[in-house]
Design a protein around this ligand. Structure first.
Ligand SMILES: *Cc1c(COP(=O)(O)O)cnc(C)c1O
Length: 412
């Protein structure tokens, strides 16, 4: 059953055509342009079905078997299923699947392990740290004393020696590893070693690579970190939301940090959709998908470099690529605008050195559509043509429409 068909047949069209048009318009945008925003993906119709289900009506404060509301028999089963599937998928002793978002999961990890005013060592924001890693505009920067480590200005790689030196000097209560833009695998064992040396907790914010971890295409932080935070909607391809994994020793603290400390009622439709996504992510097909995501990103990165873009760290281990388009005569902001006009949707990002903005893109969504390395080669060449101004945006927009027509995200 196609999503378009469901929507058209839906009561929404009869009751609220204005809103139905917006939903169809967005579906059309997603289906006819290229989604290279590194944090995005296409959830399955099964995940969307769980999201649009009667579980959206249910109040369920608390945890299965210990709720503040009546009538939780069915949603308790759904949440237990999500928890069991998450534990099995990631080999974790404990899972909390209630976090409303990746940021909520990080907030809960801090609430479980820290007190206001504690020192925390995390990747600095200019190098790809997330807002929750100490931005002054975020609770994290207001309530904790963040010290930022960086990446090597030349290689763009994490500077583990600097992490160790800063840890020795500042004696943080927690060390955070994880990034919104770092394209390489993180050496979790090395972070664990540094954390142990200074007696700090290790928090892995694996929001981006968690789907690759599920598919066996990236190393897992679970054996090393005290608490792992993640989103369920990036490469993992589930509903928008967060999750936390930890050992049995921290289970109660983590659960209490989510509810009642930082959240109220759990969103049971989302938790059910997380269970569906964990089920999908445990299949051999998902492992194939995760490896193809990386193969596509590697091919795309190599061809972007061939076209003259400066690819940070010289390539990627993951779904994520950051690159400086300056050698083609445009900065990141200008490049993003021109590419958007051509139907190629991606983000700007900070670069390891200097103030210039770069481009950040990822292959999770296009790989879900079934695109492979052949399409990545075409994409790199096309992106470069647009940035060099060799082809009219409108002409490329038509080529993109033709390509996406062959790889519909929701075939109907
Ligand atoms: C995406 C991301 C988050 C936040 O996820 P939201 O669901 O947008 O709150 C947190 N940390 C990292 C490293 C991320 O990449």
């Amino acid at each position: 059953m196609s999503v378009t068909h469901t929507l058209e047949a839906d009561v929404l069209r009869r009751q609220d055509p204005q809103l139905a048009d917006i939903l169809l318009g967005e579906l059309d945008r997603q289906s006819t342009t290229l989604q290279l925003v590194a944090a995005e993906n296409f959830t399955s119709p099964a995940v969307l079905a769980a999201l649009g289900s009667s579980l959206a009506n249910k109040y369920a404060e608390g945890y299965p078997g210990a709720r503040y509301h009546g009538g939780c028999e069915m949603v308790d089963v759904a949440e237990r299923l999500a928890v069991e599937r998450a534990k099995a998928l990631f080999g974790a002793e404990h899972a909390n699947v209630q976090s409303h978002s990746g940021s909520s999961a990080v907030l809960a990890a801090y609430a479980a392990l820290l007190r206001p005013g504690d020192t925390v060592l995390a990747l600095g924001l200019p190098y790809g740290g997330h807002l929750t890693h100490g931005s002054p505009a975020n609770f994290s920067g207001r309530w904790f004393d963040f010290v930022g480590y960086g990446v090597d200005a030349e290689t763009g790689l994490l500077d583990y020696d600097q992490v160790r030196t800063l840890a020795r000097n500042h004696r943080p209560k927690a060390l955070v590893c994880g990034s919104i833009a770092y394209p390489r695998h993180i050496d979790y064992a090395l972070f664990r070693d540094i954390a142990d040396e200074v007696g700090a907790y290790l928090i892995a914010d694996a929001a981006h690579p968690m789907g690759l971890v599920a598919g066996g295409a990236a190393p897992s932080p679970v054996p090393y970190a005290d608490v792992v935070c993640a989103t369920t909607h990036k490469v993992l391809r589930g509903p928008r939301g967060g999750m936390l994994l930890c050992g049995s020793d921290l289970a109660e603290r983590v659960d209490r940090a989510v509810f009642p400390f930082t959240q109220g009622g759990a969103q049971m439709h989302t938790i059910a959709a997380k269970a569906v996504a964990f089920g999908e992510a445990s299949t051999p097909a998902f492992a194939v998908y995760a490896h193809q995501v990386v193969a596509n990103a590697r091919t795309l990165a190599a061809h972007l470099a061939e076209e003259g873009l400066v690819v940070t760290t010289g390539g990627t281990d993951t779904h994520l690529i950051t690159a400086d388009p300056a050698p083609l005569g445009v900065d990141g902001r200008e490049a993003r605008g021109r590419l958007a006009a051509a139907g190629i949707v991606l983000d700007c990002c900070a670069l390891p050195h200097g103030d210039a903005r770069g481009l950040r893109l990822g292959t999770a969504a296009v790989t879900t559509q079934g695109m492979g390395e052949e399409e990545m080669v075409w994409l790199a060449a096309t992106l470069a043509r647009v940035l060099r101004g060799e082809t009219e945006s409108q002409k490329v927009r038509e080529e993109v429409r033709e390509l996406t027509g062959r790889f519909p995200p929701y075939p109907g």
